[in-house]
Design a protein around this ligand. Structure first.
Ligand code: IMP
Length: 427
């Protein structure tokens, strides 16, 4: 069976954590493939509510092998904090493997991220400030440190010393910033390295044999396709590829083995950080959605920008990923609105267009063209079949499915794992 990839279809925060947690119970392996602690998955299960940033959501299932893959930007300190928090609540992490190839996010990356954002002024990207972009820049620049470097203390000390010297030079020249001190970073990293060593390995051959043996592998995406470095609303994007192809590469699984790609979409749309969002609602409806959905970032706590579902943007995500099915999350949040809208096209300088312009300044000029539908009221949490949904909610889902042209396989009607309507069986 099957290798299943779960991909965010929008600007992140689509509720992938819940979908992943739902599938993880069936999976032999769960792999986190890209991104770093800029991502946050909220998982609500019988043990409570957990905000995960780096640890794969399969961690709650002790028999599931959890891999932090080569494509991940790994902050060792954050990973250890997350593991400690899990241990304190009785969740074991002995089933976790960290790829030797994962690049490290170190304190100077955060400092550079924040200095670059400040220097951008009005053009700031609104990054999470976690140092993810600078860490990936080091990876591409071929100067990054990787988890493999944590395995040998003297080698690690030498590499870190050179890196800190280079970063200090960069920070001083570019931003006139005062130098970072080596000693505290070194002390923190040496102690993190000692604790993480038992978890670090090259999972590639093991994963390849598990795939060949027909084991179930779930590849969990972080962020969303509209934040993809290549296909997102550049430069207001993250520094990795949250698309299905990026997940395969980051996990180390060949495309031939991918059997099902689930695109996760919220029933509406949210965005954190800067950059154009044509359906953004800067009014009381947007506020109502934010309040009902508690739309505040898992990682930064920032209020998320809320708006109507954008089918133009969704079609871009479909084109890039060829989703086999869609998981539509948080339908319950739209309950209680008189009318609901779906953006079916944009109006650009008086012309109707049906594809997303590539330049952000052009996208910012696009006005949404809406199809307005009847709203519905009442709690949806107890619905377990499509027919149990109010008629208007069913109409909404059907309209959305027809616009996006991918079958909806799962509908989220509440935060808990079982508050879902399964419309198909998953491979
Ligand atoms: P960075 O990933 O911290 O460099 O931030 C780049 C952009 O991606 C900013 O607009 C962030 O708000 C956004 N971003 C990064 N990770 C997430 C996420 O997990 N959910 C939503 N937005 C994110």
């Amino acid at each position: 069976m099957p290798v299943v990839a779960v991909v965010g279809g929008q600007w992140g925060d689509e509720g992938k954590g819940k979908v992943i947690d739902l599938f993880a119970g069936e999976a032999d392996v769960v792999v986190r493939a890209q991104g770093g602690d800029n991502a946050g998955h909220t998982v609500v299960n019988s043990r409570g509510r957990f905000a995960l940033h780096l640890v794969p959501a399969g961690i709650f299932h002790p028999r599931t092998l959890c891999i932090i893959g080569a494509g991940v930007a790994l902050n060792p300190t954050i990973l250890l904090e997350e593991m400690d928090a899990l241990h304190q609540r009785g969740v074991e992490t002995s089933n976790l493997v960290v790829s030797e190839r994962a690049h490290l996010v170190l304190p100077y990356h955060r400092q550079i991220d924040q200095a670059q954002e400040a220097a951008r002024g009005k053009a700031a990207i609104g990054t999470t400030g976690r140092g993810i972009g600078p860490a990936y820049a080091d990876k591409v620049g071929r100067v990054g440190l990787r988890a493999a470097d944590l395995l040998d203390e003297s080698h690690l000390r030498a590499r870190l010393r050179v890196a800190v010297e280079q970063k200090n030079d960069f920070l001083r020249r570019m931003f006139g910033a005062s130098p970072i001190e080596l000693a505290p970073i070194e002390a923190e990293l040496m102690s993190a390295a000692a604790r993480l060593r038992p978890y670090i390995a090259d999972p590639t051959p093991r994963l390849a044999s598990l795939v060949l043996a027909g084991k179930t592998v779930l590849i969990e995406g972080a962020h969303g396709v509209l934040l993809d470095l290549d296909y997102g609303t550049y430069p207001f994007v993250t520094a990795s590829s949250p698309a299905a192809a990026g997940l395969l590469l980051g996990a180390g699984v060949g495309p031939r083995h991918l059997s099902h790609t689930v695109g996760v979409f919220k029933a509406y749309q949210t965005r954190v950080g800067a950059g154009p969002m044509p359906t953004e609602l800067d009014d009381e409806v947007g506020e109502a959605i934010r309040t009902a959905g508690q739309e505040f970032g898992t990682t930064t706590g920032r209020p998320r920008r809320c708006g109507w579902f954008d089918a133009v943007a969704a079609r871009l995500a479909v084109d890039v990923n060829a989703f086999d099915s869609i998981a539509l999350t948080r339908l319950d949040i739209l309950s209680g609105l008189d009318t609901v809208k779906i953006c079916t096209a944009y109006e650009l300088d008086g012309r109707r267009i049906e594809t997303m312009p590539v330049r952000p300044d052009v996208l910012a000029r696009c006005l949404p063209v809406y199809e307005t539908l009847q709203g519905w009221s009442g709690l949806l949490e107890s619905a377990r079949s499509f027919d149990e949904l109010p008629l208007a909610a069913r109409e909404y889902v059907k309209t959305l499915e027809a616009l996006v042209r991918v079958p909806i396989g799962l509908i989220g009607v509440g935060a808990a794992r079982d508050e879902s309507i399964l419309m198909r069986s998953y491979p």
